[in-house]
Design a protein around this ligand. Structure first.
Ligand code: SF4
Ligand code: FES
Length: 147
């Protein structure tokens, strides 16, 4: 049985530390669906620098909003709390005219090696510059799925 990813394995991208929680952001995997901005506009605000300020809300609330990021661009590590638990069963959901959204206890093989994660969006248009992850190019090139 594969163990779930550790907090260290989930810590991907640039770190934004605050008391109680550190948020990690990998810009290459953000497709700007803006769940974060809608969920906690005081924490995720593209008009402020840095644009992620986890100290503006309780750590548990920040973690809950990070978990709504479908692409895995956002992760978190709680100072005194568990790592994000993988969904069970693993689920694959095709987004019309977009990527595959996958949640679960994931081992993704990338050109840079294995990535352990619990949320990813995988390119199915073929145009991503960050394969196997979606990087939002499908929208820019106007790709259309059959479903
Ligand atoms: S929810 Fe995730 S993919 Fe969407 S804008 Fe925020 S960081 Fe980017
Ligand atoms: S599906 Fe998003 S870049 Fe290919």
């Amino acid at each position: 049985m594969t163990l779930p990813p550790t907090p260290e394995e989930l810590a991907q991208g640039k770190a934004y530390p605050a008391p109680g929680i550190t948020v990690y952001y990998d810009a290459r995997r953000c497709v700007h669906v803006a769940n974060c901005v809608r969920g906690l506009p005081d924490v995720f605000d593209t008009a402020q620098r840095p644009w992620i300020q986890p100290g503006q809300a309780p750590a548990g609330r920040v973690a809950a909003v990070v978990r709504t990021c479908p692409t895995g661009a956002l992760h978190y590590r709680l100072d005194d709390g568990p790592a994000e638990a993988p969904a069970d069963p693993t689920t694959v959901l095709p987004i019309p005219d977009g990527p595959l959204t996958v949640t679960g206890n994931l081992s993704i093989q990338t050109p840079a090696g294995e990535v352990r994660d619990v949320r990813v969006t995988l390119c199915r248009c073929g145009h991503s510059a960050n394969k196997p992850f979606c990087d939002g190019t499908h929208a820019r090139v106007g790709w259309r799925s059959a479903d």
